[in-house]
Design a protein around this ligand. Structure first.
Ligand code: SGN
Ligand code: CA
Length: 507
């Protein structure tokens, strides 16, 4: 008899807990810079829906990534582990091993329905989800193809962020409402080549954007910054990136344009043809042309962000309209930050602030006080353990992140005192591999392979990271301290490759 009571108790406990378990929606965008989000003080445009999440929850002012690039960031989010542990170090050679554990699998074990919809970019197909429907590779802005669970490809007519949201809502409509859910919505926006929805093409054409202070950076004292290939001036292409094709034959070759339907294409080309003929009349060269490119880049990028924000609004409205808002955690995060002309760049990868840092806002009604602003050092590594913490599931001991819930709801004042970073890819955009440590105030970076050497920044004195002070008089003590801390983190996270480079370092 006693045994039955125990069983009943366990069952009740299980269902009781399940009833309390929150739903989870994680929206992951691609390359969305915090500089362009109004919740973060960005002045270029309004992002009312991202702002709404912040207003009703928390804005993390110091959220960072462990490896500033697409696939690796998503692998870190899924596993709660650094790239060297989850195996997905770069976008070139890595293939995500879906057999390993993830927060999704842990949620599944206690009865969550789980889904990943949209941009995925981990090469192998998702594993451990109740449902998935993902874009192949980078995906397309217009009429995107999806990989379906049965392996087939399906093209859906429409603009990427609208279509991804449509699929997400369809899944929500079909789900079993007796169970909690965890939905990840992966947006392609605001990734290169910044193709706006036709209705957004003219949103920013009347705006003149100020050049960042360090737009004309000459990269003195920073060897890796000097050899990169990601400037608006030299790397950004007039045709491919800015849609200013030499002639119709060139335009014809662009696969992303070819896939448009006649209505989309007409609206799209009408706009770019008129910009192009205006440009031709101007005969711009040198700095004037570079600055023109910057303006066009900003206009297209922000237009793709407008569609992203609008669709985040649709997700929030869905939750409102289905009485789900109260019991659903919403996290909005980008896979990394992005350069909006700082240092003269677009793209990401570097451990410098604009790409190392990422926007992250979170709403958790009843737990996180509305309008919170958090200044602790948190990372994308922490998302998996945070979700498990919220769902009252024990965090597997091999997850390397830490739940940030205590930092926003339980009055724990202090998070980590330093963050560890490691970027590996040595290919497109010619950014040298590097690892390093940031305490928020100081940043110490070790570049290797393409460029060998150390960089040190005092972010208080030099927030734009223009002056490498490594090896300068007066910084010996702090350098020594940071190196010690860095080695400690390398050991804690068991990054053997970095440890070898660090200890054998003669530079
Ligand atoms: C593509 C882009 C690069 C970008 C990488 C990584 N080139 O290769 O500019 O850095 O993706 O981006 S493109 O010509 O194909 O647009 S990531 O977001 O997937 O990491
Ligand atoms: Ca990205």
């Amino acid at each position: 008899m006693k045994k039955y009571w125990l069983l009943l108790f366990l069952l009740m406990n299980q269902f009781g807990l399940a009833a309390q378990r929150p739903n989870i929606v994680i929206i992951v965008s691609d390359d969305h810079a915090y500089q362009t989000i109004s919740a973060y003080g960005g002045k270029f445009m309004q992002t009312p829906n991202i702002d709404r999440i912040a207003k009703e929850g928390v804005r993390f002012n110091k959220a960072y990534v462990t490896n500033s690039i697409c696939g690796p960031s998503r692998a870190v989010i899924l596993t709660g582990k650094y790239s060297h542990k989850n195996g997905f170090k770069d976008n070139i050679s890595a293939n995500f091993n879906g057999a390993q554990n993830s927060f999704i699998k842990e949620l599944g074990k206690v009865g969550y329905q789980t889904a990943w919809i949209g941009k995925w970019h981990l090469q192998s197909n998702p594993e451990g989800f109740s449902f998935w429907q993902v874009l192949p590779g980078q995906g397309s802005y217009y009429n995107p193809d999806f990989i379906m669970m049965n392996g087939e490809r399906k093209r859906i007519e429409g603009y990427a962020s609208d279509v991804v949201e449509d699929v997400a809502e369809e899944w929500l409509n079909k789900r079993d409402t007796a169970k909690p859910f965890c939905l990840v919505i992966g947006h392609k926006n605001t990734h290169r080549t910044w193709m706006p929805d036709t209705r957004d093409l003219r949103l920013f054409t009347k705006t003149q954007f100020p050049l960042p202070e360090n737009f004309y950076d000459s990269y003195e004292t920073r060897a890796a910054a000097a050899v990169q290939d990601m400037t608006i001036d030299k790397t950004m292409r007039m045709g491919y990136d800015l849609k200013m094709f030499e002639n119709k034959a060139e335009e014809e070759k662009e696969l992303s344009i070819k896939r448009m339907n006649p209505v989309q294409r007409k609206a799209y080309m009408e706009f770019y043809d008129s910009v192009n003929s205006d440009l031709k009349q101007r005969n711009l060269t040198g700095k004037a042309l570079t600055e023109w490119k910057y303006q066009r880049y900003m206009q297209d990028y922000l237009a793709t962000a407008a569609s992203l924000d609008r669709n985040i609004g649709r997700t929030l409205a869905y939750l409102d309209n289905h009485q789900l808002t109260k019991n659903t955690i919403v996290i909005y995060v980008s896979d990394q930050g992005f350069y909006m002309g700082e240092h003269g760049w677009f793209d990401k990868r570097f451990m410098y602030e604009e790409s190392f840092r990422t926007p992250m806002v979170m709403r958790y009604p009843g737990i996180i006080p509305a309008g919170s602003i958090n200044e602790q050092l948190v990372m994308n590594l922490d998302i998996a353990p945070t979700i498990l913490d919220a769902a009252k599931i024990q965090v597997p001991t091999d997850m390397q992140g830490k739940s940030f819930l205590p930092l926003v709801n339980r009055n724990q004042k202090k998070g980590r005192d330093a963050m560890y970073y490691h970027y590996y890819e040595n290919g497109e955009h010619a950014v040298s591999p590097h690892f390093g440590i940031s305490t928020g105030r100081y940043k110490l970076i070790r570049f290797y392979t393409r460029v060998e050497g150390w960089e040190l920044f005092d972010l208080e004195k030099d927030p734009r990271e223009m002056k490498n002070i490594y090896g300068q008089k007066g910084y010996e003590k702090i350098t020594e301290k940071l190196k010690k801390q860095l080695l400690q983190l390398i050991k804690v996270y068991e990054d053997n490759e970095a440890e070898k480079i660090f200890t054998e370092s003669t530079h």
